[in-house]
Ligand binder design. Structure first.
Ligand code: NOJ
Ligand code: NOJ
Length: 459
């Protein structure tokens, strides 16, 4: 049996290839017969999964989700900085930027005014269509809160939980990280335009209710607040370096206010950060949720003052975060059958929250990988780095055990038998593997393999 390091190295490459399968253009023509749609993914679109599903039983993930795609574009950056394996990373990022900017022109009011498209929708599917009021509100800045769009660059006409505020925040963070590796010149003009639009969205919306990242409850949630705060604080630094003092001051003040609000999510009695604000209409058993751990990972390292500060509140170095992770490991360790009688070298497979009923109800690759990545990142600068690294390896060993030989990663692996479930070939699962392996210190590729190191600097 190969070592964990050897497996990680191999799976890292498979995940890059797997993730790139979600990038448009794709040869696939997606038929959504009930909706009278057939579409192709444009260059720059990133579908959540390239496998066409129609709830038969696998879900239809042939959409460009703002959250998923931002995480994928960030993993592409990490991989290109790390070893240059993904070809043309810079131009793929530019395509993503242009695709994203074009979405700003979408206007749901046109669909309301010219309802001819409704004739192509099968009667049985009318129940899934967005009401006119909802569709008509999708224009201008609101488009960035749409949760997802079609990969052909049109609005999603189906009912879906909206708005979500984390998408534009994550995209801003990703753009800031890409921009840090690039010279400021005209080739980044489009990136900067998109970044400014995303910062403006976050500035205007962070304090208003949105759906949680699992798309289930409208309210105030830890994850969107945390990534919103990080985007505003890192955005403030960026604006400051450009001499835009007033705009920087606004972003900083709002970012600090958002960060401050997160304090109320700490539940000292339970010993973890709650994923939902008090008063949010959600079952109490959703309070302990892996999205909090993901928030610490996805908000880090973009010039975010909080992540750099000694106290490091709400970052991987916040001891309350580690307590939250251990509470999650305890929860899933006790309730998933596949976590029974774990050998000493493995840590439990994790899900989203207790009582999840979506498909097999967990486990999830991105959850278990987030736990591993968290431990690797927390190890740096900790007093007990070896123990944390070993813990990280424990989670990664579990992902390894439930990864098939071909390296494909679905959204979930069944908590009873480990079989893959929900969307197949989930781009976010691969992105999570890439960022985890890079955080764990993936070795660079041997010379002569994978070509020369590609940086993200434009040609
Ligand atoms: C329920 C699932 O839990 C969630 O993750 C999915 O995206 C939504 N259904 C859509 O609302
Ligand atoms: C369901 C997850 O709950 C959501 O966060 C994700 O964006 C979609 N799947 C697409 O992967």
């Amino acid at each position: 049996m190969s070592t964990l390091a050897a497996w990680s190295e191999q799976q890292y490459r498979r995940s890059i290839a797997g993730m790139l399968q979600s990038f448009g253009p794709l040869a696939i023509v997606k038929e959504r017969a009930g909706f009278g749609q057939h579409m192709r993914a444009l260059p720059g679109a990133v579908v959540a999964s390239p496998v066409p599903g129609a709830y038969d039983p696998d879900p239809d993930y042939f959409f460009h989700w703002y959250r998923d795609s931002a995480l994928v574009i960030d993993a592409l950056r990490l991989a290109s900085v790390h070893d240059g394996e993904p070809t043309d990373a810079w131009s793929r990022c530019q395509q993503f930027v242009h695709f994203s900017l074009a979405l700003g022109e979408l206007d749901g009011r046109r669909l309301v005014r010219n309802p001819a498209w409704r004739a192509a929708v099968a009667p049985a599917f009318h129940q899934y269509l967005r009401p006119d009021e909802d569709l008509g509100a999708a224009h201008g800045a609101a488009v960035a809160g749409e949760t997802r769009v079609n990969p052909d660059g049109t609005l999603d006409i189906s009912r879906w939980p909206r708005p979500q505020h984390d998408g534009p925040a994550l995209r801003a963070l990703t753009l800031l990280r890409w921009l840090r590796g690039a010279p400021v010149d005209e080739s980044t003009e489009a990136m900067q335009r998109l970044l400014r639009a995303d910062l403006a969205y976050v500035l205007g919306h962070w304090h208003t209710p949105c759906y949680d990242i699992w798309e289930e409850e409208l309210g105030s949630h830890y994850y969107p607040l945390r990534v919103g705060a990080a985007a505003l604080l890192a955005g403030a630094d960026w604006l400051q370096t450009r001499g835009e003092t007033g705009a920087a001051r606004d972003c900083r003040a709002q970012g600090e206010a958002a960060l401050e609000r997160l304090e109320a999510f700490w539940d000292a009695e339970a010993g973890y950060f709650r994923s939902r604000g008090s008063g949010a209409p959600s079952p109490p058993d959703k309070a302990l949720d892996i999205s909090v751990i993901m928030a610490a990972l996805h908000s880090a390292d973009a010039g975010d003052a909080a992540a750099h500060a000694g106290a490091a509140a709400h970052s991987v170095r916040d001891p309350r975060m580690l307590a939250t992770l251990e509470a999650l490991a305890g929860l899933f360790g006790a309730c998933y059958p596949i976590n029974r009688d774990l050998p000493a070298h493995r840590a439990p497979a994790l899900g989203r929250y207790a009582g999840d009923r979506y498909f097999s109800g967990g486990a999830y690759y991105f959850s278990t990988l987030a736990a591993a990545e968290f431990c690797y990142r927390a190890a740096a600068g900790s007093a007990t780095p070896a123990a944390l690294r070993a813990r990280g390896d424990g989670f990664l060993e579990t992902v390894r055990l439930y990864t098939p030989a071909d390296g494909e990663l679905a959204e979930q692996f069944d908590q009873r038998d480990g079989a893959q479930s929900s969307a197949k070939k989930l781009a976010w699962s691969h992105a999570a593997l890439i960022s985890c392996v890079v955080a764990g210190g993936a070795p660079p590729p041997p010379a002569g393999r994978g070509g020369a190191r590609t940086t993200i600097t434009p040609p």
